[in-house]
Ligand binder design. Sequence first.
Ligand SMILES: [Zn+2]
Length: 119
Amino acid sequence: MDTERFRKILLDERDRVTLTVESLHEANSGSSLEEETEEETYDNHLADSATATLNREIDHTLEENSDHVLTDINDALARIDEGTFGTCTSCGSEIAEDRLEARPYATRCIDCQRLAERV
Ligand SMILES: [Zn+2]
């Protein structure tokens, strides 16, 4: 397997995610603190909460996911250095190359991932 090719894909992806996180931080810092405090007093569990609140929550979710993805990408780059890239961390078999193509920071083969997601 051409791990150097995946290293490049991962580095590109890391740049892209870093930029996304930075732009989200900028967007969030532009909102007024007062407004944010006011929103906190409403019941966040209500399904029909204000659209503004919903959008903010989506931003936060994206931001949290981006941090996860960054960790996954860094782990994948470390695995390339170790020579364990492309090996399932659960069962030790090879992860299909087309799966890595779609998700280069995957840590499990498709079978183990399905098992994990069924829980
Ligand atoms: Zn596996």
